[in-house]
Design a protein around this ligand. Structure first.
Ligand SMILES: C[S@@+](CC[C@H](N)C(=O)[O-])C[C@H]1O[C@@H](n2cnc3c(N)ncnc32)[C@H](O)[C@@H]1O
Length: 402
């Protein structure tokens, strides 16, 4: 059978079977993104290794926990084992759900868990894709201790450029003896044999810490607000310089009711906007469960649990009602996972136009070189610059009442 170029972009072959796999959201004709597959060589290497390992395993129904699977490449291939699959990314999980449906597989054949959930029992295999953020890996490895026994096998994989000495040191420090494979198609495997008996002991004079150092906190400058940041949160350790400029210029005395913080991270933009506009309702959107959890903790602490707010895991504003926002604040992301580009920013602006009420305002901060003003002009017919410094601009548009 021969495949069209688009079909071959989606045709995923694994030793466990062949599947159609798409990214979510699907890139739609925007330059190089069209050539992006929903899986990489690390997924292929991992599945090949697992196939060989599971063939030798007398356990007919091994319990599997997958971590950081993107769009279900691992989950679909391993769905016969009814794996648990934990991820911090709503987009990765939504991609997995859609790929299950497209492949006519039962939606409940994979137990999807967010980044704070773990299976209720010990597992035989942990199959982990190394995440981009080292802090997330560190946090995940500590969390894994509760479902790992001395018999559990941990097999991880990543592209060589994402696996550093520090990556391996984390496995060794938090779980146990760690080795690596040779690289294959620029991907590498990591094998780790957990040593629970050593977790409480001193190793080489260095006491092993017992718990994840995350979440961490910092005090928002010029305020008394303490901000909690879970491991995978944007600018986790300190205030982002773009956000710093933005909060200096957030509008006061806004008459509208509904303020949306889109791609909210730890929720600091919504928090400051609510403080300056008492009585508003807040709506936080992000694709990261850790971002939403951080925002929730920060808002509840700042307003003693009295602030009306909702927190939604979503792709941009996909689930938001039309004409439901009066003020929208965005510090747009410039990548999705390892893929850099302005496609998410564009989607956020398009969604913003739909979700704003007539007369509602969109405020954004952006790196000057991103050229967001051109996009906003194209969409809204105008765009004004409210402030700028050497690196960033604060842009503002109003949705027409016509
Ligand atoms: C540049 S950070 C801004 C965080 C925060 N608003 C601030 O100013 O510090 C962008 C945020 O967008 C989120 N994000 C990325 N892609 C998204 C998507 N498709 N839908 C919703 N949020 C997304 C990221 O998780 C991240 O928290």
């Amino acid at each position: 059978m021969s495949f069209s170029p688009l079909q071959s972009l989606y045709a995923f072959s694994s030793p466990f079977g062949d599947f159609t796999l798409k990214r979510y959201p699907e890139p739609l004709g925007r330059g190089q993104q069209q050539s992006l597959r929903a899986w990489d060589a690390a997924d292929e290497f991992l599945l090949q290794q697992l196939h060989e390992t599971l063939e030798l395993d007398p356990n007919v129904a091994p319990k599997l926990l997958l971590l950081n699977d993107s769009f279900g490449a691992l989950g679909l291939a391993l769905q016969q084992y009814r794996p648990y699959s934990a991820s911090d990314s709503f987009l990765a999980q939504e991609g997995c759900r859609r790929n299950l449906v497209d492949n006519k597989l039962a939606i409940d054949s994979i137990h999807l868990l967010d980044s704070f959930q773990l299976p209720p029992l010990a597992v035989d295999y942990i199959v982990l894709k190394v995440p981009k953020t080292l802090a997330l890996l560190e946090d995940q490895l500590y969390r894994l201790r509760t479902v790992v026994g001395a018999e559990t096998k941990v097999i991880a994989a990543g592209m060589v450029k994402h696996i550093h000495t520090n990556t391996l040191k984390l496995f060794e420090k938090i779980l146990g003896v760690t080795t690596t494979s040779k690289a294959k198609k620029k991907a590498r495997l990591i094998f780790c044999q957990p040593q629970p008996q050593k977790w409480n002991a001193d190793v080489g004079g260095e006491e092993r810490s017992q718990e994840s150092p995350y979440p961490t906190e910092y005090t928002l400058e010029n305020t008394a607000h303490l901000l909690t940041n879970h491991a995978n949160v944007f600018s986790r350790a300190s205030l982002d310089i773009g956000s710093r400029l933005f909060i200096q210029h957030l509008p006061n005395g806004f008459t509208g009711k509904d303020i949306f913080d889109v791609g909210c991270g730890n929720g600091l933009l919504g928090l400051i906007a609510a403080e300056r506009n008492p009585g508003a309702r807040l709506h936080f959107y992000d694709e990261s469960y850790m971002a939403l959890a951080s925002a929730r903790e920060n808002i509840e602490r700042a307003f003693n649990g009295t602030q009306l707010a909702e927190y939604r895991a979503d792709n941009c504003l996909a689930s938001a009602d039309d004409s439901s926002a009066d003020l929208m604040l965005i510090n747009p992301p410039f990548h999705q996972g390892n893929v850099v580009g302005d496609f998410i920013a564009w989607q956020m602006f398009v969604d913003a136009k739909r979700v704003l009420r007539p007369g509602g305002e969109l405020w954004i901060v952006g790196n000057r070189h991103m050229g967001y003003h051109l996009k906003l002009q194209r969409l809204f017919g105008h765009c004004s610059t409210k402030a700028s410094d050497a690196k960033f601009v604060i842009l503002n548009v109003t949705k027409s009442s016509l």
